[in-house]
Structures are given as C-alpha cells and as structure tokens.
Ligand binder design. Structure first.
Ligand code: PLP
Length: 367
C-alpha cells in the first residue's frame, strides 16, 4: 500500500494514536456540567483551545470548534452574509473547495450577488480581475490559502493590502496550508479562517473556525450556548483534545517535516518532469501537492490501474472523485478537456518514504 492522497486526508500521527484510549477513558464528563468532573472537562477543553490558538497565531476567544472545515466555511460565510444582508455582494475565487463554491451557488439562488475571481493557467487568482470586481457594495471576499487540487499558494497578503480600510470581510479557507507553512491571520488582515485537523494527522470530524469575536454572525443552528453562543451542541471533547495534540506536533515540527516532504516531492518531480507524456500543472505550489496529467490516459482507467498496483491517489479532489465531468479547478485554469480528464493529484505526507516514491516513479514510467 502506497498512500499518496494526503490532501484528501491523513493517517493519525503516532503521538495522537497513543493518546486515544486514555482520553476516551478518563475524560467523558460534559464540559457544561457544573460538578467538578464537568469542570475538569471544561478546563481540558479550554487548555486545548488556548494551545490551538497559540499554534494558530490567534487568540483563544476567536476560536469556534466545529465538525470540520466544511462546517467552518458554511458557518462563517452564511453567518456573515446573513448578518450583512442581500445588498452586500460576495466575491469568491473560482477554484474554492466545494464547501464554499456550492454554498455561494446556493446563496445566489437565495438572491445574493456572487462574483467569481478568474485564475491564471497556474491556478493563481488574477489580482487585477479581483480589483475590478470590488466596489462599494462588496461585503465579503473568500479566497483559499492553498488550492487542494493543484497546491497553488494564493496571494493572501496582496488581497489583504487591496482591501485595507474597506468594510469588507475577508475569509480564508486555510485547510491545506496549516501545519505546512506559517500563517499569521491578524497580520494578514484575515477576519475569519477555516481549519480541519484530519489534514494534519489529527482526527476527522473536528475543525476550527477562527473568527474575531467582535464580528457579528448569524447562527446556523439553535440550541445551547456553547462556543460563544455561535455553535450550539456538546463540544466534541475527545476529538478536540486529540486535534490539539496533532496541531502542536505539526507546528513544532513544521520546518523539519516540510523539508522532508519537499525533498520527497523534489525527487519525484525531478524523475518524472522530463517524461514525454507527463505535464505538471501549476506553479508556486505547496510542497506536498502535485497535479499531473498523463497524455492519453483517462483517469477512469488510470486510477484503477494505480489502485491495482497499490498506489492511492486522486483524480482532482476527493470530494470530486465521484464526478465524471472532470475538475472545475483545472478547467478554470484553461486546461484542455484531454488534460483535465487525464490528470491525477499525488499528495505526499510525513509518513511517505523514498522507497514509495521510487515505486510510484517506476509505475508511472511503466504506464
Ligand atoms: N477546504 C479545503 C481546501 C479542503 O481541502 C477540504 C477537505 O476536503 C475542506 C475544505 C473540507 O474539510 P472537512 O473535510 O474538514 O469538511
């Protein structure tokens, strides 16, 4: 088994795995219970919140724990636009994750005006186009930090400079960047940001919405007063405690681990870039994501061939792999139909080895 689909999800880090039984056994009281056992859970939850906040370069009071980035994106964007009203326009990059694109499409149906930022052939948003879309009615801009299919790093700082002093909410889906590159939300003028822990060797079904605590958002659900009275329901305490451990290791070992993954990636790219039928897509990429097309090999046959050889990769993003129409990200970058339909995403992680990459290279050469 050679797992090369780390942008879809990762396996747990051993330090997280080791803590599961202990956390599930010992910590089960509801953090909202007032007895001392409940207060112990509350203390553990708040300790985790404080350390997560420190590791994300934000304040603990700006954190809402969620079920993952899909929920964080929905809670932030719907919450903001509902609070601002339909007179305010939404600007969104055309290569956002489906948890944002499908949401804004729904908002369009509900009467909101949504404008989409073009991307260039390397999967980077066109800043001039963005500039032309902004006007006095712009209420929210949402652009991801790193694209999940191509790995292209987006010019977050430049966007932030462009809208400085304007009353525009800036949302960033930072799922594919956290734990790989440092991000300073306050310095970058980011008003809200989504994170998911299963992309950084933590548990699935837990995420963070960072949103400054003075920003008004409309609730998506009604219930108890948990999470600043913005996200009701008993907190997913076990997963939050494990998520905190995963993030802490990711941040404290980021330099070393990113270097390791970059070396594997450079080795892979060096060995396949000159092959006749291979085309690498995107520039200014994060170190763990590579999107290539193999000329004449449709993903419908390519993925099963790789699978039979024990290699697990994706055609586009995992969320899109059921789709036969091909990746909208690649289409928006202007790739031909053939290139779109013959492209795969290879995403590396800290658990991969050079032997695995050698095996992948030999299989690609064989194909
Ligand atoms: N945003 C991006 C860029 C992603 O890659 C993903 C992962 O699929 C998500 C959002 C959704 O995250 P989650 O699986 O936690 O809902």
């Amino acid at each position: 088994q050679v797992y090369l689909d780390n942008a879809a999800t990762t396996n747990l880090r051993k330090e997280v795995l080791e803590k599961i039984t202990e956390i599930y056994e010992k910590t089960y009281a509801n953090p909202s219970s007032v007895h001392s056992f409940g207060r112990e859970s509350r203390a553990l939850l708040e300790n985790a919140r404080n350390r997560v906040a420190k590791n994300l370069n934000i304040l603990a009071k700006d954190i809402i724990f969620t079920s993952g980035a899909t929920e964080s994106n929905n809670l932030a964007i719907r919450g903001i636009v509902n609070a601002k009203g339909k007179d305010k326009e939404i600007i969104c990059s055309s290569i956002e994750h489906s948890s944002i694109l499908n949401l804004v499409k729904q908002l369009e149906l509900e009467g909101y005006i949504v404008k989409y930022i073009r991307v260039n052939e390397n999967g980077i948003i066109d800043l001039e186009h963005l500039k032309s879309l902004i006007n006095e009615n712009t209420g929210l801009i949402t652009v991801m930090a790193v694209n999940n299919e191509i790995g292209s790093i987006q010019p977050i700082e430049k966007i932030s400079d462009m809208i400085k002093g304007k009353n525009i909410h800036f949302h960033v889906d930072a799922v594919q960047m956290i734990g790989k590159k440092e991000l300073k939300p306050y310095e970058l003028g980011i008003d809200s940001m989504s994170i998911s822990f299963h992309k950084l060797y933590g548990p699935k079904g837990v995420g963070v919405l960072y949103i400054k605590d003075n920003i008004e958002i409309k609730k998506a659900f009604y219930g108890g007063e948990q999470e600043r009275n913005k996200r009701p329901g008993t907190e997913n305490l076990h997963s939050i405690l494990l998520a905190d451990i995963a993030l802490d290791y990711a941040i404290n070992n980021m330099e070393k681990e990113s270097k390791y993954v970059k070396e594997l990636m450079d080795y892979l790219v060096d060995n396949i870039k000159d092959l006749e039928n291979i085309k690498i897509h995107g520039e200014n990429r994060i170190d763990n994501i590579l999107n290539i097309s193999i000329k004449g090999k449709n993903i419908q046959m390519l993925l099963p061939i790789l699978d039979m050889r024990g290699i697990y990769v994706s055609g586009g993003s995992a969320c899109m792999s059921g789709s036969v129409s091909g990746s909208y990200v690649l289409k928006n970058m202007g790739l031909s139909e053939d290139e779109v339909m013959s492209s795969i995403r290879i995403s590396l992680g800290i658990h991969n080895t050079k032997e695995e990459i050698d095996y992948l290279i030999s299989v690609i050469k064989g194909i």
